[in-house]
Design a protein around this ligand. Structure first.
Ligand SMILES: Cc1ncc(C[n+]2csc(CCOP(=O)(O)OP(=O)(O)O)c2C)c(N)n1
Ligand code: SF4
Ligand SMILES: [Mg+2]
Length: 351
């Protein structure tokens, strides 16, 4: 008999986080994805990041669309709130949930198909509004769930498993994010756990829309010779530009920052994202130059990764719209619905 539940065993001396939970407390149900699918590595990185940040699972909200990638919200943090929505519609559900309660930690998980075709209109407005959420775009260049059609992220010349060649230019999620106002833009790879966990932690702590475009190979339909989203291709052309470490506010900052190579950015919670520049010519706080670097990498085989852009000054949607500091479900009915007389008074203004 197959069990889809992971056994919950606590071993003595197991490492606990600041709220007394072990890493296993951040697991979900067993994955039903293909063995070797990049998405499972991304799931493990998300669970580790939530564990290391000591986020209480019941204060987190996981939202997703439709696809193999979107299924993965079930595979981590089972005690968190979650909504596996409809194809391409996750951003509007996240926006509504966030408006109802801005005090939760929101994570969206989606695929290149879900985000860049049917969901493209929703994604750009979530970025433009600077919704306070981390959006994981698990990018394998195909529609994995529906058996390997090219997505809008497939590179020109990429060959499908059936032998078709893609002739259309891809949508680059990072260039898109930079052009519509996302305030945290990063790219990573499911095979680089160290970089991915650091970026997820930084993205969760950033107050605003954080996009991480993660190359996450589909072993069943897009991991062969000729694919530009395969493990082999990604390992070969991987180029790390800026590494981001999140340092919580409680930790005394002892590190000394080497001029030109390190750059600490203070976050709204008092924590710091320490950016280590591996590519000295990169400035992740300058949108125009970040954009230029991203476009430049499109013309080469280089897969530019790391925290490509950050802006800590633009207010997120809740701040900009002065949303109430109390969650909507704590308002008594009388306050939410002041009654017919109050409505009549309000209408006089328009009469
Ligand atoms: C309205 C609608 N249209 C089409 C589909 C079929 N469909 C399901 S998942 C999917 C694409 C998923 O691709 P992606 O987001 O890249 O996820 P992956 O499986 O590659 O992780 C499509 C077209 C659907 N479920 N609903
Ligand atoms: S079909 Fe591809 S994306 Fe879907 S689970 Fe299998 S390897 Fe992963
Ligand atoms: Mg896909």
């Amino acid at each position: 008999m197959v069990s889809f539940t992971k056994p919950k065993i606590r071993l003595p001396h197991q490492k606990t986080n600041d709220i007394g939970l072990i890493r296993g407390d951040y697991d979900g149900v067993m994955s039903t994805l293909c063995a070797g699918c990049g998405h499972d590595s991304v799931t493990a990185a998300m669970a580790t990041a939530f564990f290391e940040l000591s986020i209480e699972p019941h204060k987190a909200v996981k939202v997703s669309g439709i696809g193999c990638s979107s299924k993965t919200t079930s595979y981590f943090m089972k005690e968190a709130h979650g909504n596996n929505t409809v194809h391409g519609r996750m951003p509007s559900v996240a926006t509504g949930a966030m408006a109802g309660n801005p005090h939760m930690t929101y994570i969206g998980v989606s695929g290149d198909g879900d985000s860049l075709s049917i969901g493209a209109g929703q994604l750009v407005h979530a970025m433009r509004r600077n919704i306070n959420m981390l959006y994981m775009l698990e990018n394998n260049g195909v529609y994995g769930l529906t058996k390997g059609q090219f997505s809008a992220a497939a590179d020109v010349g990429s060959i499908s498993k059936k032998g078709d060649v893609n002739i259309m230019k891809p949508i680059d999620p990072c260039a898109l994010a930079l052009s519509v106002g996302a305030t945290f833009v990063a790219r990573s790879f499911s095979g680089d756990k160290e970089q991915l966990v650091s970026l997820i932690k930084a993205g969760l702590k950033h107050k605003g829309f954080a996009l991480i475009d993660v190359i996450s190979p589909c072993v069943s339909f897009n991991d062969h010779k000729g694919s530009t989203k395969s493990y082999a291709h990604t390992f070969k052309y991987y180029h790390k530009a800026v590494h981001a470490d999140y340092v919580p506010p409680s930790e005394e900052i002892r590190a000394s920052y080497e001029d030109g190579k390190s750059m600490p950015i203070e976050l709204h919670d008092g924590g710091i994202i320490n950016l280590r520049k591996l590519d000295s010519g990169y400035d992740p706080t300058d949108r125009a130059s970040a954009f230029a670097k991203v476009l430049e990498s499109q013309e080469s085989d280089d897969i530019l990764t790391g925290l490509l852009y950050i802006d800590e000054t633009t207010p997120d949607m809740a701040t900009r719209n002065k949303l109430p500091s109390r969650p909507l479900n704590t308002f008594p009915y009388e306050e939410l619905n002041p009654g017919a007389d109050a409505l009549k008074d309000a209408m006089k203004e328009f009469g």
